[in-house]
Ligand binder design. Structure first.
Ligand SMILES: Cc1cc2nc3c(=O)[nH]c(=O)nc-3n(C[C@H](O)[C@H](O)[C@H](O)COP(=O)(O)O)c2cc1C
Length: 371
C-alpha cells in the first residue's frame, strides 16, 4: 500500500497540469537530461514537478475526492457514437477517432445502412474534398485544421486534410494512425476515394455479450484501477486477471518527480517492456477483453505493451480499454496500445476518475456496443 503522503504529493501537479485539453510540453531540458531517450508522447505529458500550485487549497487535495472532470476526450463518446466504422482512403485502411456530435452520429447511421464511397478531388495543396450526396446536421465553427483532420464543409461535403486551412467547418474526426508524410503520400494526388462502412467484425457479430468468453485484464499499482476492474468482472461474469509485474513497483519507482525513477525511465523508453509475473491460460479463448490501466504521463504503462505483445489475440477478439487517472483523459493511450495488438478489434475506451462508483462503471459497460 502506498503512503498517503506520496499520493498527496504526487497528485498535486497532476491535478494542476493534467486538466488542459491539449497536453503541453512542460518538461524542461534540465529536468529531463538524465533520461536515456526522449520519445515524444510521455515527454509531452510529463508533469513538471518544479511547478508549484498557486492555490494553497490544492496543496493538500484529498485523493479520495474526485478531481475536476477534464474536457471529455473525443474517445469518451457515448454508446450511440461507438458504432465502429471501417475507413479506407483508396485501398489503405485508416483509423479515425470520431468526434461525438450529431454530424458523426448521422454519418455512422448512414454507413450502417450501406457503405459510403466518396470521390474526392485535391484542392489548394492541403486537402481532398468530396460530395457526400446528402446533407448532415452541422455546427460550423471557425476552425484551423491540421493534417489528418476530417471535417464537414457546407453540410454536404467531406474534407480530409493533409495540410492546414482555416474556415468554418464542423469537425468530424481525425486520422490517428498516419504520420504527416503518410498523409501526404495518401492524399497529395488529384483524386482519391474515401470509403466508410460498418466494421466487418461488428457487422458479423450477432452473439450476445453474455454468451461470450470475457476477460478483465488490469494493471494497478496504487489500487485505483483495481476496483473498476472488479466492478466490470462482477457485472459481466468476466474472468478477472491482474497483470502482476515481475518486479513490483515501489514508492520510489513511481515517483514521477524523480527523472531517474523506474517509471520515468520506462515511460521514456520506447523499447521498455517490463516483465509480467502472472500468467493467463489461452488468452485467445476470450472474445471480449476489458483492458484496464493507470495513466502514466498521458500514456499506458509499458507493462501493458508487454501484456499485449505476448498475447496471441484473434481478429474477432474485442478489446475495450479503460483507465483511471488523476485528471488526464484516455487520450492517445489506447490508440498507441493498439499497435501492439493490431489483429484485435479495438473499441473506443473510457477514462474513469479515481473512486468512480460501481453504478457509473456498470452503466458504461451496458452502453458498450458488444451485442
Ligand atoms: C508515475 C505516475 C505518472 C502519472 N501520470 C499521470 C498523468 O499523466 N495524468 C494523470 O491524470 N494522472 C497521472 N498519474 C496518476 C494515476 O494515473 C492515477 O493515480 C491512477 O488512478 C493510478 O492507478 P492505480 O492506482 O490503479 O495504479 C500518474 C501516477 C503515477 C504513479
Amino acid at each position: 500500500m502506498k503512503s498517503k503522503y506520496y499520493m498527496l504529493t504526487a497528485l498535486v501537479p497532476l491535478l494542476v497540469l493534467g486538466c488542459s485539453e491539449e497536453p503541453k510540453n512542460t518538461q524542461t531540458a534540465a529536468n529531463h537530461q538524465t533520461l536515456p531517450s526522449e520519445p515524444t508522447e510521455p515527454k509531452q505529458e510529463q508533469p513538471d514537478p518544479t511547478q508549484e500550485p498557486t492555490d494553497p487549497k490544492q496543496e493538500q487535495p484529498d485523493p479520495t475526492q474526485e478531481p475536476s472532470e477534464p474536457t471529455q476526450p473525443i474517445s469518451d463518446s457515448n454508446a450511440q457514437n461507438e458504432a465502429m466504422l471501417s475507413a479506407k482512403i483508396d485501398e489503405t485502411p485508416v483509423n479515425i477517432q470520431w468526434e461525438d456530435n450529431e454530424s458523426v452520429r448521422a454519418l455512422k447511421a448512414m454507413a450502417q445502412k450501406s457503405p459510403i464511397s466518396i470521390s474526392m478531388s485535391q484542392y489548394g495543396g492541403f486537402e481532398q474534398v468530396g460530395a457526400l450526396g446528402t446533407t448532415l446536421p452541422r455546427n460550423d465553427a471557425q476552425t484551423t485544421t491540421a493534417p489528418g483532420d476530417i471535417v464537414l464543409y457546407s453540410g454536404n461535403q467531406i474534407v480530409v486534410f493533409y495540410g492546414s486551412n482555416s474556415w468554418a467547418y464542423t469537425r468530424l474526426g481525425k486520422i490517428t494512425d498516419k504520420s504527416e508524410d503518410d498523409l501526404k503520400a495518401l492524399l497529395a494526388k488529384d483524386h482519391v476515394t474515401l470509403s466508410l462502412s460498418e466494421s466487418d467484425a461488428q457487422a458479423q457479430d450477432t452473439q450476445p455479450a453474455q454468451d461470450k468468453k470475457q476477460l478483465v485484464a488490469y494493471f494497478s499499482v496504487t489500487g485505483h484501477t483495481k476496483p473498476i476492474a472488479e466492478y466490470i468482472s462482477e457485472h459481466t461474469g468476466a474472468t478477472l486477471y491482474e497483470i502482476v509485474p515481475e518486479t513490483p513497483y515501489t514508492d520510489a519507482d513511481i515517483n514521477y518527480g524523480d527523472n531517474s525513477s523506474r517509471t520515468s525511465i520506462e515511460q521514456n523508453d520506447d523499447h521498455a517492456r517490463p516483465g509480467i509475473a502472472s500468467t493467463i491460460d489461452h488468452i485467445e479463448q476470450y472474445d471480449i477483453i476489458y483492458l484496464g490501466y493507470p495513466i502514466w504521463w498521458g500514456q499506458a504503462p509499458k507493462i501493458m505493451y508487454t501484456f499485449l505483445e505476448s498475447a496471441s489475440l484473434k481478429t474477432t477478439s474485442k478489446i475495450v480499454p479503460f483507465c483511471t487517472s488523476a485528471s488526464s483523459p484516455l487520450g492517445t493511450s489506447a490508440t498507441n496500445l493498439k499497435a501492439s495488438a493490431p489483429a484485435a478489434t479495438w473499441l473506443e475506451g473510457h477514462r474513469f476518475a479515481i473512486g468512480t462508483d460501481r453504478a457509473t462503471v456498470t452503466s458504461w459497460v451496458d452502453s458498450l456496443p458488444l451485442k
